[in-house]
Design a protein around this ligand. Structure first.
Ligand SMILES: Cc1cc2nc3c(=O)[nH]c(=O)nc-3n(C[C@H](O)[C@H](O)[C@H](O)COP(=O)(O)OP(=O)(O)OC[C@H]3O[C@@H](n4cnc5c(N)ncnc54)[C@H](O)[C@@H]3O)c2cc1C
Length: 387
């Protein structure tokens, strides 16, 4: 077991860190102030530097590197802000991975290269008004009619809705009940019958537009079928990559807070001494260090201990759950250590705390992850359904 990153991975990390630290703080400030997502020009810059295709296949224009390399890059972006890191999260660990791994070659060839260059963003649309944690209750219907698929329904909480050019939409085929009927279809934004609800006003995640998606007799070619009924386990297998992306976004937010507060407590003088000289402050810094280090180890374990090329569900759940909780605690401690400056918008720590909270809801809430972890420990599954 080697806890050191390989030299090539460290070089990639250095490149991402230098770019992020030098170029992104000003952009992050703009995104936070205006609520506008990262612009197309910036996306192209991310793409030119290779950051949107770290783990995409080389035949799709990517670097073809392992998941761990992608997560190492993502952490550097997330240390700056969720808003500037979100496109990287979507491209490296989100729905693009589903399209590349499960989509038909014609679809993957059309979509993935355009995401690597920053020409296209793809969002994931799973949740519905009555299907959140109970995802397999989703009702959006898909009917296969000769060489096309017709979709009807309402999706909710889609990050990127209205902004992304494409959507991986989870849907129910031919009224088959439960998980057995669930599959996924790729939908282009400008397809007739696609419309978006008003933008949601969230606690954090500025620059990540969220809205309902209404699908009204939306007809797409058969080529857009990603997986049909029976494909839900494959979708969830791929979703473990997104869970590690979620965990890494949480870790980046926590590490960004850790770095900021560590500098602050050495500069801020009270009682004639830097805050860092008070033992109570040191104890909080130690807590922050223990949590960020432990989270990184759990994430890197899950990203390297792969089964058939995918993270193990249990490892991914443990990593996600741990840091989803820890990032809230780390940011709250960091905010407290900055006193009034921590609570003021100008210094950015309150933003980190607001952004921290979303990750433990998105991608499977903390408590359902714990239920899944306990199932693994006990070697039994517990139905969450009544009766
Ligand atoms: C910032 C953010 C971004 C998101 N982005 C997307 C996206 O891009 N695409 C998408 O499809 N969705 C997205 N979501 C939606 C997200 O996946 C859902 O919010 C999540 O699955 C929880 O569903 P819900 O909100 O309906 O909560 P509910 O399912 O109503 O659950 C509410 C709470 O009840 C508890 N709970 C529910 N069931 C159980 C159980 N069986 N055991 C224990 N506790 C339970 C949990 O504490 C849970 O937090 C996003 C959400 C957020 C906050």
């Amino acid at each position: 077991m080697n806890f050191e990153l390989a030299e090539d991975t460290r070089n990639l990390q250095d490149a991402a860190r230098s770019f992020a630290q030098a170029e992104l703080p000003a952009l992050a400030g703009e995104v936070e102030e205006t609520g506008e997502p990262v612009s197309a020009d910036w996306l192209h810059r991310y793409g030119e530097m290779g950051f949107l295709g770290v783990n995409a296949l080389e035949e799709h224009g990517g670097l073809g590197l392992p998941l761990l390399d992608a997560l190492v890059v993502l952490e550097e972006f997330a240390k700056i802000s969720v808003g500037v890191a979100f496109p990287v999260f979507e491209c490296l660990t989100g729905p693009v991975r589903i399209v590349e791994a499960l989509g038909q070659p014609a679809l993957a060839d059309r979509i993935v290269p355009a995401t690597v260059t920053g020409d296209k963003l793809v969002a994931i649309s799973m949740s519905e008004p009555d299907a959140g944690t109970a995802l397999t209750d989703l009702r959006t219907s898909a009917r296969i009619k000769s060489s096309s698929i017709v979709l009807n329904g309402t999706k909710r909480w889609c990050s990127g809705a209205g902004h992304s050019q494409g959507y991986v939409v989870f849907c129910r085929f031919d009224d088959k009940a439960g998980a057995a009927g669930v599959g996924a279809v790729y939908v282009d934004k400008d397809t007739q019958g696609v419309s978006f609800g008003p933008p949601e006003q969230l606690m954090g995640f500025r620059g990540v537009p969220s809205a309902d998606i209404n699908l009204d007799n939306v007809t797409v070619p058969e080529e857009n079928l990603i997986v049909g009924p029976g494909g839900f386990p494959n979708l969830m297998g791929l979703f473990n990559i997104e869970r590690l992306g979620n965990a890494t976004m949480s870790l980046g937010v926590a590490q960004g807070a850790a770095d900021q507060v560590t500098a602050y407590v050495q500069e801020r003088i009270q009682f004639g001494r830097p805050l860092a000289e008070f033992q109570a402050v040191q104890l909080k810094l130690a807590d922050i260090k223990m949590k960020t280090d432990a989270a990184r180890l759990l994430i890197h374990r899950a990203a390297t201990d792969l089964r058939d090329g995918l993270p193990d569900a249990q490892n991914a759940a443990v990593a996600k759950c741990f840091i989803n909780q820890a990032v809230r605690e780390v940011c709250a401690d960091a905010m407290q250590l900055m006193g009034g400056y921590g609570y003021a918008k100008e210094y950015g720590m309150e933003q980190r705390l607001r952004d921290a909270y979303g990750w433990g809801i998105a991608g499977g809430a903390i408590d359902i992850q714990k239920v899944n972890i306990a199932s693994g420990v006990l070697g039994r599954r517990f139905s969450q359904r009544k009766g």
